[in-house]
Design a protein around this ligand. Structure first.
Ligand SMILES: C[S@@+](CC[C@H](N)C(=O)[O-])C[C@H]1O[C@@H](n2cnc3c(N)ncnc32)[C@H](O)[C@@H]1O
Length: 196
């Protein structure tokens, strides 16, 4: 599938990768940085998404839409959509531009606001990519876990480089008998919870 990424999509991905690199080296304050997933993590998300069961695909933490592109690329192949949540207005504007340029506006629904205010509206979830502030991971897990379909996946980013920050969520998930959990050393570490 990676040989079939449309040019407009791979060009926007490359543009965002450069923007993210620039952010990391030019002193941009942390809250303004894009803080994107790695390219390997993006590919990993696409591979997971192409094989998920029926249900919603959601993302918590859009930033400029880089990770959303990897989710949506695979979702589109399956005729599915991605719903992604973002708080920050400047990043929302950049994400809208991303989805328009990549021709994925019909595949992606961008929700402006705090995911924690929307959690109660969730339907049946097949895949949740969690990449927000580390302090909210545990709350997000509590909100999403009851909505997961059988074989659905919660994938939490930064599980290795911010292990201490998200440990409360990891501990909670590992004690939860509804889930099989695994730390995957791709990118910055992806903690995967599969609904049994
Ligand atoms: C690490 S960045 C996301 C990077 C993005 N997933 C990517 O790889 O391209 C985290 C983003 O989550 C957003 N965020 C943090 N807490 C949130 C919340 N409770 N609801 C929605 N967005 C949130 C932040 O504004 C920030 O843009």
């Amino acid at each position: 599938m990676f040989t079939e990424i449309p040019a407009v999509l791979s060009e926007r991905m490359a543009y965002l990768e450069k923007l993210d690199q620039k952010d990391r080296s030019d002193g941009t304050p942390r809250n303004k940085r894009l803080r994107q997933i790695t390219r390997d993590t993006g590919k990993f998300l696409s591979l997971l998404t192409i094989n998920i069961p029926e249900g919603e695909i959601i993302e918590i933490g859009t930033s400029a839409g880089y990770s959303t592109l990897w989710l949506a690329f695979a979702a589109k192949e399956k005729g599915k959509k991605v719903k992604t949540f973002e708080l920050d207005e400047a990043k929302i504007n950049l994400a809208r531009e991303t989805f328009r340029i990549a021709g994925l506006e019909d595949t992606i629904e961008l929700v402006q606001g705090d995911f924690l205010d929307y959690g109660h509206q969730l339907g049946q979830v097949a895949l949740c990519f969690l990449d927000a502030e580390k302090e909210v991971y545990e709350k997000c897990f509590r909100l999403v876990s009851g909505h997961m379909v059988r074989n659905g996946l919660i994938v939490a980013d930064n599980a290795i480089d911010h292990y201490e920050g998200i440990k409360p969520m990891i501990d909670l998930a590992e004690l939860d008998e509804r889930f099989d959990c695994l730390m995957v050393p791709v990118g910055n570490g992806e903690f995967i919870c599969r609904r049994k």
